[in-house]
Design a protein around this ligand. Structure first.
Ligand code: AMP
Ligand code: FE
Ligand code: ZN
Length: 289
């Protein structure tokens, strides 16, 4: 069993990279990828822990983007060995978009009679990618809501009173960035994208032309029809099939490491296929990729 989608304290997970890798090893996983939002800063610690505990750690990152008024996430794998200067600079910029947005969300919440302490928020992610889950947690700590999901429902979700949008990369830019950094770009949890099957087909076709290499078929929020649709898209567009739990620790209770769609463990062969694709991309001449 493996897991190619997890979050640590470097973004919105509750486990440090070392804790998460230890937990994955204890759960019997043979490999785990760390895919924090907009940062690769937690990877060194995760890789070191993996070496010590004898579990393979796949370096990754998750980037949110916008394409034809839809927002979606790309996972990028195998970038960390040498994150390029361009990747590092872009991730810094993406985190600055988050900071701008967080400031505006806090201002809205203050107007709504729920002031939060910006310094307290800043210390809630180890290094980094602070987002709405941290704000939800701060609202919960202050007793304004009973849970993080209630915070989203009442204030933070799209369209709610404290909703503020954030600048995002475009699909082509995100794909080029990951590819230029030696990464393997994979479309995360396509079943969550707010479109229908025809819309998804179009997104995947365009993304595949622009360098997409894989599609996350196994994810806890995918039902059997989502999995089937993703497997078909993988076949039709020559994409590698991946899977992950999107584990966030205590932040998202009920999600188990190594478990994808329908409570099924994610098999090891998914990672062998991903590694094979990574090799193929590395060996191909730049314009034949
Ligand atoms: P952000 O990156 O700040 O836009 O926050 C996105 C994160 O919030 C993602 O990791 C989601 O898992 C989480 N999230 C989005 N909607 C909800 C919700 N309704 N309840 C709990 N968490 C959510
Ligand atoms: Fe995601
Ligand atoms: Zn994720």
């Amino acid at each position: 069993m493996i897991d190619l989608h997890t979050h640590t304290t470097y973004s919105d997970g509750s486990r440090t990279p070392a804790e998460l890798v230890a937990e994955a090893a204890a759960a019997g996983l043979s490999a785990v990828a760390i895919t924090d939002h907009d940062t690769v800063d937690g990877l060194a610690e995760a890789l070191a822990t993996g070496e010590r505990l004898g579990i393979a750690v796949v370096p990754g990152v998750e980037i949110n983007l916008e394409h034809e008024r839809l927002t979606m996430d790309l996972l990028g794998y195998f970038i960390a060995g040498t994150p390029s200067d361009q990747l590092k600079a872009t991730l810094v910029e993406l985190r600055s978009y988050r900071d701008e947005r967080n400031t505006r969300i806090l201002a809205r919440l203050a107007e709504l009679g729920m002031p939060l302490d910006a310094a307290e928020l800043a210390s809630s992610a180890e290094n980094g990618a602070i987002g709405r889950p941290h704000i939800g947690e701060a609202l919960r700590r202050r007793g304004y809501v009973g849970s993080i999901s209630e915070a989203f429902e009442l204030y933070l979700r799209r369209g709610a009173p404290a909703w503020v949008d954030r600048r995002r990369l475009a699909l082509g830019a995100a794909l080029r960035l990951l590819r230029a950094s030696g990464g393997v770009p994979v479309l995360a949890h396509p079943g969550i994208i707010r479109t229908d099957r025809a819309g998804l087909e179009r997104v995947v076709r365009e993304a595949a032309r622009a360098g997409l290499a894989g599609i996350e078929c196994f994810h806890p929020r995918h039902d059997a029809a989502d999995v089937a649709a993703c497997l078909r898209l993988a076949q039709n567009h020559d994409l590698v099939v991946t899977g992950g739990s999107d584990y966030h620790g205590a932040v998202k209770p009920g999600v188990r490491l190594g478990i994808g769609a329908g409570g099924q463990p994610i098999p090891d062969r998914v990672l062998s296929e991903l590694r094979r694709r990574a090799r193929r991309l590395r060996e191909a001449p730049p314009d034949a990729r």
